[in-house]
Design a protein around this ligand. Structure first.
Ligand code: UFG
Length: 327
């Protein structure tokens, strides 16, 4: 397929683009490099530095595109609370422009990066796709609004689309992985401590209502996540919007993640207990039954040690390219 991939210079977008190219797809990446890395763009992809809101229409207007995978977004929960206007503009505003560009140019197959943050604080785990959506921050609210917009384009304009609700994505695919200028995610931060780029990991609270008092999350390997995108792309049907949760179905506490990283890296990794981080739910675990049954998804890297080992291999090999090394 000839694909437009927005946000293909980011972590998830670059891994997915790499795998799509390996499967024989023709990939054009549109990314403004606000948070992405030019280095992460696969050599065989065509790269356009630009804005989804204004440039997607020009790119799709060239003709021949079969589908769009839309990763480009702002995705920091804390920042979204402080600057909601930027999240509504860059997430919702840009996606509305993208949907219109797709409609104008007759490209109606779409895969969208949605998030577990659309559910908010869960009533129960594992979280199924029928769980009520009550996002607790603007980031989740913008992603949920986009899911609704996409659904209405499927109904009214015959789009065939899938929203994939990611839980905690981690791991790497060879030389493509997580290397953000501003890093807030648990596993990459712990690995930066292992490398000596940070002094210690702060564990945000040990008084949560969980067995060891630290927050529980469901970590999904980036390669399993990429496979789900390909399956969705290949099975989208006009007039239909599907939503799938993507996780492993297993929860690990922050302390368990730190311990796994110690075992995998062989480094001591100093940790301290810090205050809770505002807006964190105690526990997020996905039910992935629907994706397994309806999408034919078969996640193969669900063991946390595998996820951490792949992330560690990537992080160690970054050398001078590591943003944390320059910090
Ligand atoms: N954590 C720490 N110390 C750190 C960083 C994180 O203790 O230095 C804890 C967090 O409090 C949380 C867990 O590790 O309990 C995971 O935190 P991450 O920041 O890695 O991931 P989140 O669960 O906050 O966020 C993920 C996605 C978001 C998405 C959210 C859904 O990265 O995009 O899930 O709630 F919005």
């Amino acid at each position: 397929m000839k694909l437009l991939v927005t946000g293909g210079a980011g972590y998830v977008g670059s891994v997915c683009s790499t795998i799509l190219i390996e499967r024989g797809h023709d990939v054009t990446i549109l990314d403004n490099l606000s948070t992405g890395n030019r280095d992460a763009v696969p050599a065989q992809a065509r790269f356009i530095e630009g804005e989804v809101a204004t440039d997607a229409s020009t790119v799709l207007g060239e003709g021949g595109f079969d589908a769009v995978i839309h990763f480009a977004a702002r995705s920091l929960v804390g920042e979204s609370v402080e600057k909601p206007e930027e999240y509504w503009r860059d997430n919702v505003g840009a996606t509305l422009a993208l949907l219109e560009a797709m409609r104008t140019h007759g490209v109606k197959n779409l895969v969208f990066s949605s998030t577990a943050a659309t559910y908010g604080e869960p009533d129960e785990v594992p979280i199924t796709e029928t769980h009520p959506t009550a996002p607790t921050n603007p980031y989740g609210a913008t992603k949920l609004a986009i899911d609704h917009a996409i659904r209405s384009y499927c109904v009214a304009h015959d789009f065939g689309a899938t929203s994939l609700r990611y839980f905690n994505v981690a791991g790497a695919y060879g030389q493509v992985g997580e290397n953000r200028v501003i890093e807030t995610h648990l596993i990459p931060i712990i690995l930066q401590v292992a490398l000596g780029h940070r002094e210690k990991i702060s564990i945000y609270g040990d008084d949560w209502p969980t067995p060891d008092g630290t927050c529980i999350r469901d970590y999904i390997h980036i390669v399993d996540l990429a496979e789900a995108h390909i399956l969705a792309l290949e099975s989208n049907k006009p007039g239909t919007h599907r939503i799938f949760n993507l996780g492993s179905g297993d929860g690990y506490s922050v302390k368990e993640v730190v311990d796994t990283c110690r075992k995998v890296t062989g480094h001591e990794i100093p940790a301290e207990i810090a205050p809770r981080r505002a807006g964190d739910p105690a526990q997020l675990i996905a039910s992935c039954e629907k994706a397994i049954k309806e999408l034919g998804w078969n996640p193969e890297r669900t063991d946390l040690s595998t996820i951490v080992a792949d992330a560690w291999e990537f992080t160690k090999n970054l050398g001078d390219k590591a943003h944390s090394a320059k910090a």
